[in-house]
Design a protein around this ligand. Structure first.
Ligand SMILES: Nc1ncnc2c1ncn2[C@@H]1O[C@H](COP(=O)(O)OP(=O)(O)OP(=O)(O)O)[C@@H](O)[C@H]1O
Length: 267
């Protein structure tokens, strides 16, 4: 069963087409990385897929429901979005910020509800920020802010998470921890990511956007192959097999062609 299905999606900005002809199926419970060069249209596509930017053509269905028929509140209970530039307002406390993720579940105009506190604390614990619940958002570092914004998305409690560069600003420890946390949620995840090694190691499927069109979609090892990486990103690449896990690891840049040749020589 596919959680999100897009057909023939096109969208643009100020009359200029940015993304077109996108057919995308995201299986329920899977983690899909959206990769592509700067300006290829990842953020624009993501915003159209979740109804934040109007489509100029095509359809999107979430859980079988036509996105265009859903109200903002209905959308917010079906999916949580954490944008690339999302940042908490400085004068809010961390706990108050994360509690905003519960707004779609409250009656109109009901701003606070103490019954949400356990959900808020659990979401903060999931990103390793429970200790900061009473801190002002303006005291957070860039990476801490990203984690708090993700906690707001988790607190929203929907089973579809749409994330734009979730690991931006995070150190390597917190990048890996965040990926494990996201995996542990069991949700369907669509995330724009720049780190191709991260995409290969932590995601079930990779969608490559190139010049506003989906260039390839599939399992990381088949999609992130040297030919595609050369064509789309203009970089040399090779796959090495991790001797412990057996998973393929990407080697990018200088040295990659040499490694690829060595592997061919011994196989
Ligand atoms: N508000 C805007 N007004 C005009 N053009 C825009 C706007 N936002 C994005 N664009 C243009 O749309 C194109 C796609 O931008 P988008 O942000 O979707 O790319 P991206 O793949 O997410 O890039 P990055 O990897 O750099 O975040 C770019 O050419 C960009 O300049």
């Amino acid at each position: 069963m596919h959680h999100l299905v897009a057909r023939g999606l096109a969208c643009g900005i100020d009359g200029r087409t940015i993304v077109s002809g996108v057919d995308l199926d995201i299986p329920r419970g899977s983690m899909v990385a959206l990769v592509g060069r700067n300006g290829s249209g990842k953020s624009t596509l993501i915003r159209s897929l979740i109804g934040l930017r109007p489509m100029t053509a095509g359809t999107v269905h979430i859980d079988g429901a036509d996105l265009s028929t859903l109200s903002p509140r209905q959308r917010a209970t079906r999916l949580a979005h954490v944008g690339q530039e999302d940042a908490p307002p400085e004068d809010l406390l961390v706990g108050e910020m994360v509690a905003m993720g519960r707004i779609p579940h409250r009656p109109p105009w009901a701003v606070t509800d103490t019954s949400d506190e356990p959900v808020v604390l659990d979401a903060l614990a999931a990103v390793g920020m429970a200790h900061a619940v009473d801190r002002p958002c303006q005291h957070l570092s860039g990476g801490e802010r990203r984690r708090v914004m993700l906690a707001r998305g988790i607190a929203q409690g929907s089973d579809l998470l749409v994330l734009d560069e979730p690991t931006n600003h995070l150190d390597i420890h917190h990048q890996i921890q965040l990926m494990d946390t996201i995996r542990g949620l069991g949700a369907t995840v669509l995330a724009a990511v720049h780190d191709l090694s991260l995409a290969a190691a932590h995601f079930d499927r990779v969608a490559v956007l190139h010049e506003g069109r989906l260039f390839a979609v599939g399992e990381p090892t088949s999609v992130l192959d040297p030919t595609t990486l050369h064509r789309v990103f203009d970089v040399d690449a090779a796959h090495l097999t991790d001797p412990v896990t057996g998973r393929a690891h990407l080697v990018l840049g200088a040295g990659a062609p040499v490694l690829a040749d060595q592997r061919k020589a011994v196989s």
